[in-house]
Each structure stands twice: as C-alpha cells, then as structure tokens.
Design a protein around this ligand. Structure first.
Ligand code: MG
Ligand code: MG
Length: 256
C-alpha cells in the first residue's frame, strides 16, 4: 500500500465548520437511534433523516453520490449487510442489528458518521459484536495524535478487535480523509502494522470506520449495486466518526 507524504491540514475555522456539519450528523443519528424500533421501515428512517438534516440548514451528502447515484440520504445496513445498504420498505424486526451511516454538508464542509443500532432485543453475541466494533473505533481515535504515523491508527483498530476475539475485518473498505469532499486521501485501513505512512499533525481530519463480522471478511455487492453484504451471511457491525487532531488531542466532530 502506498501512502501520501502528507495529510491535508485544516485551519481552526475550517474545523469549526466541519464540527457544525458533524453536529448535524450526530444529532440526526441520535434521532434515528431512537426511531429504529421493530415495525419501522428503513424508508421511514430515511425520511426522518432528510428532515433532520435539512431543518438544520445542512445538505445530505449521500443523496446522488457515486454511480449509480445513491438514492437516499442514509445508508441502512441490516444484519448481514455491512455497509451501503439502501433504505427500502423493509420493516425492522426485533433482534435486527442495523448500521446507519449518515453524511451532511454545511458551507461546503462534510461530516460523516455511522452507528450500529440494536433493534428491540438482540442476542448477546450481536450486542458484543457491536461493542467490539465501537471499542475499536475508540482505539483508533485514541491513536490519532500528532507525531504518530497514519498506520498506527490502523494497527490500533485491528489490535483492539483481535484482542476481543475472532472477527472478520473488512479489507476492501476503509476509513478516509474528509473535508471539502466526503472521501479524500488518505485511505485508513482497519488493519496492518503500525509505524508506516505520513506523520499525523494538528489540523488533520479523518473519518475512521471499522467494519467487522462474526464470520469471514469476504463481501459481495448485492444486485442493487450498493449493498455490501458478507459472503457467508454472517452478521456485521459498523461504527464511524469524523475526528480532528487538535492541539489538545483528537476531537470527535460528529457528536450530537
Ligand atoms: Mg459514513
Ligand atoms: Mg465514511
């Protein structure tokens, strides 16, 4: 894997705008976390998200993104779908494990975050899957300090997961730089040895997003051209934050 020599540095003013976009994302995800109950459809969650984003003066970043254009404002990935699920009329059931990924733009600056939601009562194994994934995101955030190397983040995420048990860690999908676009250099894999890549510095902003499964890390893209599901149908979890390196350390920008 090749790395950039240097990661884009944002000013305090630019990070303040990204914090605004991030707050919209964080608030929207909190609304959706509460709304994601058995009997609610993914399309209903999408409608709630669009309202939450637009009433806060922000623009949804996922709508129309990519090829074919993504048709919704959030990704809703249920059970064996890991990421990029399209909100359909599918109705949530008790015990589902739902990843919701959300992005918003304020004054041209992006925020991007995802949560895994337990719908009703999930099994202990699925609760633990989500906890391990979220814990690995926390480990990645903690490794995002000025002077460290980019791959120290990747290694911290992987080490956290490996220490927790046997999980598949997706290889084809990674965290990423973010700013005036949702996806910018560098890619931030969720695995690998530390000590490689560019040195991290104050003003770097990255979206970290571990994606893990209860089985293998092998994935397939479904017939809708977006949904990424596990090849072995094992269930998955996905958590994401947008984080800035500040003089006082890593700061999550996508909090409510
Ligand atoms: Mg995302
Ligand atoms: Mg992302």
């Amino acid at each position: 894997m090749s790395f950039l020599q240097r990661i884009d540095v944002k000013s305090n003013d630019q990070i303040a705008l990204m914090r605004k976009a991030g707050a919209v994302v964080g608030q929207t995800l909190e609304i959706l976390r509460g709304a994601a109950q058995p009997g609610v459809s993914l399309a209903e969650l999408n409608a709630l998200a669009e309202e939450a984003i637009r009433t806060r003066g922000a623009t949804p970043s996922f709508l129309g993104y990519g090829v074919p254009p993504f048709p919704a404002v959030i990704c809703t990935s249920v059970n064996d779908v890991v990421v990029h699920g399209i909100p359909t009329d599918q109705v949530l059931r008790d015990g589902d494990l739902l990843s919701i990924d959300c992005g918003a733009i304020v004054d041209g600056w992006h925020g991007d975050a995802a949560i895994t939601v337990e719908v009703g009562t999930v099994t202990d194994q699925h609760r633990e899957l989500s906890r391990v994934c979220r814990q690995s995101l926390d480990a990645g955030v903690a490794a995002m300090v000025a002077g460290a190397k980019l791959s120290d983040i990747s290694h911290a995420i992987e080490s956290s997961i490996v220490a927790a048990g046997e999980y598949g860690i997706l290889r084809e999908y990674t965290g990423h730089g973010i700013g005036t676009s949702m996806h910018m250099d560098p890619a931030v894999p969720n695995y690998g040895p530390g000590g490689k890549g560019p040195k991290l510095s104050v003003g770097n902003v990255l979206a970290l997003e571990p994606m893990i499964t209860l089985g293998s890390a092998q994935t397939v893209v479904l017939g809708d051209d977006w949904s990424v599901a596990t090849a072995d149908k094992s269930w998955a979890s996905h958590w994401e934050h947008t984080i800035a390196i500040t003089p006082s350390g890593p700061q999550i920008l996508t909090l409510p």
